[in-house]
Design a protein around this ligand. Structure first.
Ligand code: ADP
Ligand code: MG
Length: 569
């Protein structure tokens, strides 16, 4: 029996559906891009799995996507002969949003339609965007390798519930049928759809086919002829995978459209790097730096990363093997000519070929950022505002590139007290006082606490610039840096504060004398604060404040101590 059941959408789906319908009305065309993108993913999956198990192809290895219109029935159909779905998979994929960070994402929404449309774009609208144009959606699907009796039919008006039932389906793959209301009739037109496909999906490397146009001289073709004509399909996209083409043949618009496909972003990218590498190992990489951060930049398991292909066959999308964590905002793909097609995840774990590609990719990104910082400082500032906090992690994470990453960092300082960090370490070094040997920094819980720290008094007096580090990760980052360009980094709040040649000899002498003459007072103070401090000293570091706390030379800084305490240490 068909075993029909009616199920409710997960609450998040209902929320998303509602939002999407209201914020995407000016960008409705993208429904087709999303459905084609899913069809292409399904074909990629089948192609990959059939490398291990050819029977999945069921003797039909011509993989394609077909788009057609039925004006009388008022439907658009997008059909693929890809991997298909089981009944459980349908309920999971088309009834819930399994992605991590969904709740957090929904909380970010403001109700401002323009802003929300952007966020939704970054979230990836996906399948549910079908309801932006359709009043009813039916999905017929059957998983590759299962018998015709495993067909499933999913159906919904997008208003809160959907039905699931079993149906015979000899055709492997997925067919999505949209029924359009009167108001969306513009889409019941082959030319219109063809235009959208060329605009958004031209680069998809699977053939996207539409019924061949009947010759118009044959106005009165008979039914038999018509039926025959309907069997002829023509491919409407350029099926050469975009990244395999020579750079000179790819327009900026092509690159941008492709970015939106791989990154699931609405916006154009900021920059891209396309490289064909020949030699000991051959591969192509196409890497993008986005304009805006993805909604899940700080999630543990981001939804997207870099796609790995082997000789044009999609293998997997990965967030760590092809790009380090601190460059996790980079999107795009790597297509290797040398990896075996049947690579397993285990094999990819420690693969020297992949490691080489990864370090070359990192180098390319850092090179590009250096150039941007030098030649397009405004664009770099925009980049840094969005991704600086993530990039910073690289100082601690990537030993080999530490100095290069440090050069890309930007800080607020006592001489540029703008909360937007803009001073580089090289700027700082260029302004160092005569006799100054170290790069000084102060960490604090907030920007204001940093710039008002009593530790800064003596530095202000002497006109020595100090980096202001208000970000909780700053201290962790800075302890990994130790030195830059041969100059040690020193906390103004640590130890005896040796100012070296900057020290005023008179002051130093006065302090030594005061230490002698106030010996008893110092002893008393130390006694009274017994459990709280390890030492009490006369200091030259204060000008206005009577006293301040410092930490020992070799102890963790205060921010680090707060972090450790919060983590239960
Ligand atoms: P995304 O593509 O970002 O995962 P979607 O909302 O577009 O999100 O799709 C949700 C899921 O539904 C997909 O991940 C996939 O598992 C499944 N799906 C959608 N369309 C198809 C299809 N044509 N064939 C097989 N699975 C599909
Ligand atoms: Mg999708």
């Amino acid at each position: 029996d068909a075993h029909k059941e009616t199920l409710e959408f997960q609450a998040e789906v209902q929320q998303l559906l509602h939002l999407m319908i209201h914020s995407l009305y000016s960008n409705k065309d993208i429904f087709l891009r999303e459905l084609i993108s899913n069809a292409s993913d399904a074909i990629d999956k089948l192609r990959f799995q059939s490398l291990q198990d050819e029977s999945l192809l069921e003797g039909e290895g011509d993989l394609r996507i077909r788009v057609s219109v039925d004006k009388d029935a008022r439907t658009i159909t997008v059909a693929d002969n890809g991997i298909g779905m089981t009944r459980d998979e349908v309920a999971e994929n088309l009834g819930t949003i399994a992605r991590s960070g969904t709740k957090a994402f929904l909380e970010q929404l403001t109700g401002d339609q323009q802003k929300d449309a952007k966020l939704i774009g970054q979230f990836g609208v996906g399948f549910y965007s079908a309801f932006v144009v359709a009043e009813h959606v039916t999905v017929h699907t059957r998983k590759a390798g299962l018998g015709a009796e495993h067909g499933v039919r999913w159906s919904s008006d997008g208003k809160g519930a959907y039905t699931l039932e079993s149906e015979e389906n000899p055709e492997r793959g997925t067919r999505v049928v949209l029924t359009l209301p009167e108001s969306q009739s513009e889409y019941l037109d082959d030319w219109r759809l063809k235009g959208i496909i060329r605009r958004y999906s031209d680069h998809i490397d699977v053939p996207i086919q539409m019924p061949a146009q009947a010759e118009d001289k044959d106005e009165q073709e008979d039914e038999a002829e018509k039926a025959e004509a309907a069997e002829t399909w023509e491919t409407v996209n350029n099926t050469n995978a975009l990244w395999t083409r020579p750079k000179s043949e790819i327009s900026d618009d092509d690159y941008k459209a492709f970015y939106k496909h791989v990154a699931h972003d609405f916006d154009d990218p900021m920059v891209w790097l396309h490289n064909h590498v020949e030699g000991r190992q051959s591969y192509t990489s196409l890497l993008y730096i986005p304009k805006n951060p993805p909604f899940d930049l700080y999630e543990r398991e981001p939804a997207h990363g870099i796609k790995l292909y082997v000789r044009r066959v999609f293998i997997m999308e990965d967030t760590e093997k092809l790009m380090p964590r601190y460059l996790r905002f980079v999107r795009g793909l790597v297509d290797s000519d040398d990896l075996p097609l049947n690579v397993s995840r285990e094999l990819l774990q420690h693969n020297p070929l992949l490691d080489k590609i990864r370090s070359a990719s990192v180098k390319r990104i850092l090179d590009r950022l250096e150039k941007m910082a030098k030649n397009e400082p405004e664009q770099y500032a925009e980049f840094y505002g969005n991704f600086g906090k993530v990039l910073k992690e690289g100082v601690a994470e990537d030993f080999a590139n530490r100095e290069r990453i440090a050069r890309l960092l930007r800080f607020s300082t006592t001489q540029d007290e703008d909360e937007t960090p803009a001073v580089s370490l090289d700027d700082y070094i260029g302004r160092m006082k005569e006799g100054q040997e170290a790069i000084y920094y102060v960490t604090a819980e907030s920007f204001n606490a940093a710039r008002n720290s009593p530790h800064l008094e003596v530095f202000r007096k002497k006109g020595v610039e100090v980096l202001l580090l208000p970000d909780p990760v700053d201290e962790w980052v800075i302890t990994h840096l130790n030195e830059y360009d041969g100059k040690p980094l020193k906390s103004v709040a640590k130890g005896g504060l040796d100012l070296g040649d900057l020290e005023d000899q008179e002051e130093k002498k006065a302090a030594e004398e005061a230490t002698e003459s106030h010996k008893d007072l110092l002893e008393k103070l130390k006694g009274a604060l017994e459990d709280k401090v390890s030492e009490v000293r006369v200091s030259t570091r204060l000008t206005d404040s009577p006293a301040c706390l410092v930490v020992g030379e070799y102890d963790f800084g205060m921010g680090m101590q707060r972090l450790l305490k919060a983590a239960g240490h």
